[in-house]
Design a protein around this ligand. Structure first.
Ligand SMILES: Cc1cc2nc3c(=O)[nH]c(=O)nc-3n(C[C@H](O)[C@H](O)[C@H](O)COP(=O)(O)O)c2cc1C
Length: 208
């Protein structure tokens, strides 16, 4: 339950590669005592990519949040919203929250946000973040980028969003792909002052 000093955040998953990172972010946020409420929105194409990349679907009768949490704690904090419901709470700037993370963010959703389309709940909630000057982090994924992608990244950055490409770091010497994914998600969550325990921080010092 949200309290006066806990954060309320929006987490959106769209149809770019990297759904496992969005699932990991949801698991971290749900388990974090500093987070009181999570609005979760998954685009239609996000669901399609989810089935591809996770290689499984919810069991009969299992909700999407339960499926994504994999038995993790904090289910009661998650409110799953229909991406087509343009009348949901987060479509309005009057609803208080501390920001929105789109992980992964497709080039299609990036384009829609950069042009202010607001044609579904994810695009509208992002548009609201920009107009209300709230934190908006777009964890985009595509490679290579074309000129349209780059122009759209510039436009959303000028409008106040943070473009946070899904790119691995190597200086933390992650041993497994999962370690690298955890470090990436931790770095994203640090933008909401929600750094998970154990996040690698560069210690500085002489080159080895
Ligand atoms: C398996 C799969 C992987 C995809 N990966 C990406 C990707 O990494 N980046 C991207 O911009 N689009 C990717 N797409 C295409 C998007 O899903 C597509 O452009 C879609 O319209 C995005 O819609 P959305 O932003 O509403 O979720 C992928 C599609 C599939 C089926």
């Amino acid at each position: 339950m949200a309290t006066a000093d806990s954060q309320t955040l929006i987490l959106a998953l769209t149809g770019a590669s990297g759904i496992a990172l969005g699932r990991m972010a949801l698991q971290y946020l749900a388990a974090d005592a500093r987070v009181g409420h999570i609005y979760l929105v998954i685009s239609d194409h996000g669901r399609r990519v989810m089935w591809e990349e996770l290689g499984e679907r919810p069991a009969s009768g299992q909700s999407l949040p339960d499926f994504l949490l994999c038995g993790g704690i904090g289910r009661e904090k998650i409110e799953c919203l229909d991406p087509r419901d343009i009348g949901a709470a987060i479509a309005s700037g009057s609803v208080a929250h501390q920001g929105m993370l789109i992980l992964p963010c497709s080039m299609g959703t990036l384009a829609a946000i950069s042009h202010g389309l607001s044609d579904n709940l994810i695009e509208r909630a992002a548009d609201v973040c920009l107009k209300e000057r709230r934190r908006l982090v777009l964890a985009i994924r595509e490679t290579p980028f074309n000129l349209i992608h780059l122009r759209n990244m510039l436009a959303v950055t000028e409008a106040g969003a943070t473009v946070f490409p899904i790119m691995p770091a190597f200086y933390d010497r992650a041993v497994t792909p999962e370690d690298g994914m955890r470090q990436f998600v931790a770095r994203v969550l640090a933008h909401f002052q929600l750094d998970p325990a154990g996040m690698f921080r560069w210690p500085g010092g002489e080159a080895k």
